[in-house]
Design a protein around this ligand. Structure first.
Ligand code: ADP
Ligand code: MG
Length: 351
């Protein structure tokens, strides 16, 4: 009698489980772009181009000239937890690739339609195959292809009504995509990037491979940013406090804007670190007369075992050993560099 009123526990359908998980990995079109570009970088590409239609809801297409995907791997390519980058848990400690979860492509097939065209070295033709819900829709078809891989995601969130509606009303997803590509472009300066709207003649991000970081920043963020930057470098080798290397560019006292741009890579991963960003904003507002927000590009290298990359499905936040010490050190360095640049400017203006 009583048992009838109790809620019954049921096992969810695998497709439901997968779609729920996928919605977490691919939160917006820009998350798909980031995953696809990271895959292209992991495949040693030297040129990556992105085409976007309708803020990414209609189409995201990422083409690269990387090593391609083997024909025999295509059947399981978009299954959940299939990867060429990790084989045992311990590998996570020293992982150099950006991917490792084997979830990104699978997720895209649960919330969109994915088509892959790829060719590996030495092959006369490539293959094209489409996926849904982790599975190939048909046998791979032989096709003409240029070096590398092209992945097309269409109709993102077609089966997540609420998400699609929210995103349709927000015009800023293309802006977010351009922003992510800009960040990759100034870090991976040996790779050329482009990003354009479908049908547009002009690319909104267009970088060519260069050996100068400053040139890359100039071409992506413009002259007004590039001419107001100071080079910054630091390292700490005392194992009792922290071990890290940092280098980058920070804006000087002539640079006046209302919004912070903080481009941060930790061990070559594009991440956010709110604590570091706040710490640096405080220095800028306290040190500079015209309380400006900074432009900061910073690359921090830590021993891999000091970084936990597996704290979030989107891999956006990482956690660091000795985070406070590192932040403090960077903060005081930035402060002294700003004071110097500010003083020399005052001096110049007086003479
Ligand atoms: P992960 O990157 O975590 O391994 P993904 O789902 O992003 O998982 O990709 C699955 C696998 O597909 C990768 O491990 C890689 O072998 C292959 N792959 C994906 N994109 C590319 C690409 N652009 N070029 C070559 N291989 C790729
Ligand atoms: Mg990946």
């Amino acid at each position: 009698e009583e048992a009838k009123e109790l809620p019954k526990i049921q096992r969810l359908d695998e497709s439901v489980v997968n779609r729920i998980a996928a919605g977490e990995v691919i939160q917006r079109p820009v998350s798909a772009v980031k995953e696809l570009v990271e895959n292209s970088l992991d495949a040693s590409s030297t040129s990556i181009s992105v085409v976007v239609k309708d803020g990414g809801l209609k189409l995201i297409q990422v083409s690269d000239d990387g090593h391609g995907i083997r024909h025999e791997d295509l059947p399981i390519l978009c299954e959940r937890h299939t990867t060429s980058k990790l084989s045992k848990y311990e590998d996570l400690q020293s992982i150099k690739s950006m991917g490792f979860r084997g979830e990104a492509l699978a997720s895209m097939t649960y919330v969109g339609h994915v088509t892959v065209t790829t060719i590996t070295k030495g092959q006369l033709h490539g293959y094209r195959v489409s996926y849904r819900d982790g599975m190939m829709e048909h046998e791979p078809k032989a096709c003409a292809a240029v070096k590398g891989t092209q992945i097309m995601v269409e109709n993102l969130f077609y089966n997540m009504i609420a998400r699609r509606k929210t995103l349709q009303n927000s015009a800023d997803d293309y802006t977010k995509i351009v922003d992510v590509l800009s960040r990759f472009a100034i870090h991976h300066i040996d790779v050329s990037f482009s990003c354009r709207k479908h049908g547009a003649a002009r690319a909104d991000v267009h970088s060519v491979a260069t050996s100068s970081r400053l040139d890359a920043i100039r071409s992506v963020y413009g002259l007004s940013v590039a001419r107001n930057l100071i080079k910054i470098e630091a390292s700490d080798n005392d194992p009792s406090r922290s071990v890290f290397e940092m280098d980058g560019f920070i804006s000087n006292s002539n640079y006046v804007v209302k919004k912070t741009t903080m481009v941060l890579f930790i061990n070559d991963r594009l991440v956010e670190c709110t604590a570091l960003k706040r710490a640096l904003e405080i220095v800028y507002s306290a040190t500079l007369p015209k309380a400006s927000k900074p432009f900061i590009y910073m690359s921090i290298i830590l021993p891999p075992e000091h970084v936990d990359v597996n704290v979030h499905p989107t891999k956006r936040e990482v956690s660091l050993l000795n985070q406070e010490v590192i932040i403090e050190k960077i903060q005081s360095l930035v402060e002294s560099m700003l004071r110097n640049s500010n003083d020399s400017r005052t001096f110049q203006e007086q003479t």
